[in-house]
Write a protein that binds this ligand. Structure first.
Ligand SMILES: [Zn+2]
Ligand SMILES: [Zn+2]
Length: 474
């Protein structure tokens, strides 16, 4: 999920390269005109000529981001590794932090979540120029925990990223707010929308999606074709679909799809066809839905994007389940397919998905009369639910498995919204307003939402021309 902005902008770039690197300049101009392939060719030729290690590091970063944008993760990994080698040679903690961040992000997409987490930790450890990559690393850490279904840790990381972004914004009011801040805010909102979506709080998911989308829309028209705009469109499509607004969901999704095709953004395109599959499935157009999932699965597989792959597989498994219940197909294919999905989800460590897959398998085994397998699945489901720790500390009833309204406390513990309000209403001095999980005092100001949003200030700053200048490369 976490996409980081390109950590460099024209301003940094010019100061580092002066005017002696025409090939790189030309590449940058081409890239900004959506001519990514031509830009990459220029940069590859530049790579052969460059001597200075610092210059080479930055150029490798350009190539890394360009390849990630195309969904060519294996190649981008090579660039990140080369960056790390240079960072080691120069013994520069800041460069190391950036190289580790790039490694973490690619491994995340490839579904190597533990490895990605370890790279992210290395990045944080090396970070010394505060705020430069720290916010981006926290977003990556958060989205890794989101995939691993360790939601409290995800919320902690997003909270930190939000704080870092706010700090930069506050500190640089009279100077120029880096575009980074804007990306960090919109990324945090997008991740929170995804998190609440997975926990089935549809209203909160929709609220954060709109926040991210509105933030993107406040930018100048040049930014409209950025990958953040596309990602925000998709997040809107996801929440609109969950709210049953299929027409609008379809429009947002097709727009993202169209823009992704124009820019050669394969990851976004693949995600958009998967989401289109979800829309068709909810409209009970199962044949159409299945075809979308199939093509998303193939595309994700060829990119090596395992996260996208399991999401598409989950959609396809849901289609098969509908057909099985309607008795249009027998149990064999769903059984085989769900087992394959379980294996892949297991490799990734996506526990929430492992649970839903086992629930489907349990039903299939029941219909096959395979009691032994059924009990085995039931046992594993219970085990998974215990590991997921998705239980409200106040009423001891699980949350997140069914659609419900949730609330996050500042300590990042998640409770039912009604349980939180009940605690907040306590007037009795003896019954303190504390978090039932960690006993920290609860103030009425809950997790980062409400009216403390940075929208206004950020949008004002980004309407200024200086910010636009700095944002030329996304
Ligand atoms: Zn509760
Ligand atoms: Zn707590």
């Amino acid at each position: 999920m976490a996409e980081s902005p390109i950590n460099f902008n024209k301003r940094n770039f010019s100061s580092l390269f002066l005017s002696k690197k025409p090939l790189i300049e030309q590449g940058l101009r081409l890239y900004n005109k959506n001519k990514q392939k031509a830009a990459i060719l220029k940069w590859h030729s530049a790579l052969k000529q460059i001597q200075k290690r610092n210059d080479k590091f930055i150029l490798l970063g350009y190539l890394y981001h360009a390849y990630v944008g195309f969904g060519k993760y294996r190649q981008s990994l090579e660039f990140a590794h080369n960056q790390l080698t240079i960072a080691e040679e120069m013994d520069s903690p800041n460069l190391r932090a950036e190289a580790y961040l790039n490694l973490a992000k690619t491994h995340e997409r490839m579904g190597n979540l533990e490895k990605a987490l370890s790279y992210a930790r290395h990045s944080l450890y090396n970070e010394c120029d505060h705020c430069r990559t720290a916010g981006l690393v926290q977003i990556t850490v958060g989205s890794l925990h989101l995939e691993l279904a360790t939601f409290c840790k995800a919320l902690q990381a997003f909270q930190q990223a939000h704080t870092i972004a706010q700090r930069i914004q506050d500190r640089s009011l009279e100077l120029q707010v880096p575009l980074l801040v804007f990306y960090e805010f919109s990324q945090v909102y997008m991740c929170l929308s995804e998190l609440f979506g997975r926990l089935q709080d549809i209203d909160k998911s929709a609220m954060y999606a709109s926040k991210a989308y509105n933030l993107c829309r406040t930018l100048h028209v040049n930014e409209l074709n950025s990958r953040y705009h596309r990602a925000a469109l998709l997040q809107m499509a996801i929440t609109l679909r969950k709210q049953g607004e299929f027409g609008d969901a379809h429009d947002y999704c097709s727009e993202a799809s169209r823009l992704a095709l124009v820019s050669g953004d394969q990851p976004c395109y693949t995600k958009s066809i998967r989401i289109m599959g979800d829309i068709y499935r909810k409209k009970m157009e199962i044949g159409n839905a299945y075809r979308q999932y199939e093509s998303a699965m193939n595309s994700a597989f060829s990119m090596g994007d395992r996260l996208c792959q399991i999401e598409a597989m989950d959609g396809a498994a849901k289609c098969l389940e509908i057909l099985r219940i309607q008795q249009k197909i027998c149990n064999c294919r769903p059984l085989e397919f769900n087992n394959k999905l379980l294996e892949t989800a297991n490799k990734v460590g996506a526990k929430l998905l492992m649970r839903t897959t086992r629930i489907r398998l349990c039903k299939i085994c029941q219909s096959l009369g395979d009691v032994e397998q059924m009990t085995e699945h039931e046992k594993k489901i219970q085990q998974l639910e215990e590991e997921l720790e998705m239980v409200c500390g106040s009423c001891n009833i699980p949350f997140g498995f069914e659609s419900d309204s949730l609330e996050v406390l500042p300590c990042t513990h998640i409770l039912h919204a009604r349980c939180v309000y009940e605690i907040l209403r306590r007037k009795d001095q003896k019954k303190k307003r504390t978090c039932p999980d960690c006993e920290k005092i609860i103030t009425s100001k809950l997790y980062l939402h409400g009216n403390d949003s940075p929208h206004n200030s950020v949008s004002n700053i980004f309407n200024s021309s200086t910010a636009l200048e700095a944002s030329s490369f996304v």
